[in-house]
Design a protein around this ligand. Structure first.
Ligand code: NAP
Length: 314
């Protein structure tokens, strides 16, 4: 079969021939239809992720551990937990029986690779209880997940949406009511957050510096009756840490939640159903760059995504 094959840790996968996977007992071979390449996949292939040990044990190997494909009986599924050295960047891969879930009719396999990002945006409701009419701040709105979060906030009935990013032209593409460019001085950013606020719910894909400054902007200088701001922590592209000053919690209405708050099999199922319905109805726009497997070498080396998910079609 044809595959994207990685020969060295931290290398670039090459389009070439690779032996077909042979299923062991309890395994199934999947015909791969689409696989998204995310930063986590590059980190795994570079030996910099905790999952690197599991997937990089044997070289050469095929990167990316999940994707969308067909079972031998034709069922369209999302799969994960591939058996290394077989990954998703190939015409076929192999997974344990049951390491897949059906994809509903009417969902394009390439779109299916990013449904999880839209589902994550629903944590504005499940974790932070977003109500119609409330004001939402999306931190990191020009990324794949952030763009979906702006749309999901609108679909959930948000009254006002403020979106942050680092690039004015990308911010202008968003259907937000106000935008903030975070690539300014700390003082200017703090002022921009204060001027555009207050916020009922914050969907935070950034953490690090921008969210640190947001906390400062939400902390009153003098006594004031606090208005609640429910921050949902979802991603950390701007940094894994920030300092939470005691005063930021003591004197403000800041409430910090993780995206996993209130997550249960039932709430996950409901979020999934909701995203499938919106997708089928055409209510969500997914920003994808579809590339054939033959182009994997150049696609893998792209450094800027411009808010579009790279989806490889074998
Ligand atoms: N918990 C979950 O289930 C879940 C699901 C989906 C995503 N996530 C997380 O959410 C985050 C975003 O994912 P994504 O798929 O949207 O990523 P992405 O498409 O790569 O987008 C990243 C966004 O962050 C911005 N950014 C990058 N570095 C920054 C910095 N230092 N300061 C300010 N902004 C910065 C980028 O701006 P530019 O456009 O200017 O580069 C872009 O808007 C990731 O941490 C991801 O792991 C979590």
């Amino acid at each position: 079969m044809k595959a994207a094959v990685l020969h060295e840790v931290g290398g670039v996968p090459r389009y070439e021939e690779f032996p077909d996977p042979v299923p062991a007992e309890g395994e199934v071979v999947i015909e791969v239809l689409a696989a998204a390449v995310e930063n986590v996949d590059k980190a795994v292939a570079a030996g910099k992720h905790y999952a690197s040990g599991k997937y990089l044990g044997e070289l050469p190997m095929i990167p990316v551990f999940d994707g969308i494909g067909r079972l031998p009986d034709g069922t369209l599924v999302g799969f994960g937990n591939v058996r290394s050295p077989y990954g998703a960047l190939a015409e076929k891969t192999v997974v344990p029986e049951g390491a897949y879930a059906p994809i509903p009719d009417g969902i394009d396999p390439a779109v299916a690779t990013v449904l999880a990002s839209a589902i994550t945006a629903l944590t504005m409701k499940t974790a932070a209880g977003l109500q119609p009419g409330e004001t939402v701040l999306v931190q990191g709105a020009t990324g794949v997940a952030g763009r979906l979060a702006v749309q999901v906030a609108r679909l959930l009935g948000a009254g006002r949406i403020v979106a942050t990013g680092r690039d004015d032209s990308q911010l202008a593409e968003l259907e937000a009511d106000a935008v903030i460019n975070t690539a300014v001085s700390d003082e200017e950013l703090q002022q921009a957050y204060a001027d555009a606020g207050g916020y009922d719910v914050v969907a935070d894909f950034l953490w690090g510096r921008p969210t640190q400054i947001l906390l400062r902007a939400l902390t009153p200088d003098t006594f004031a009756f606090a208005t609640p701001t429910r921050i949902v922590q979802i991603g950390e592209v701007a940094g894994p840490d920030l300092a939470v000053p005691a005063a930021a919690l003591r004197t403000s209405g800041i409430e910090l939640y993780g995206a996993a708050r209130n997550l249960t099999p039932e709430s996950m199922g409901e979020s999934y159903q909701q995203v499938v319905e919106w997708t089928r109805a055409g209510d969500l726009t997914f920003h994808l760059d579809r590339v054939p497997l033959t182009d994997i070498e150049s696609a893998w080396q792209r450094t800027s995504s411009h808010g579009r998910r790279l989806v490889v079609i074998p």
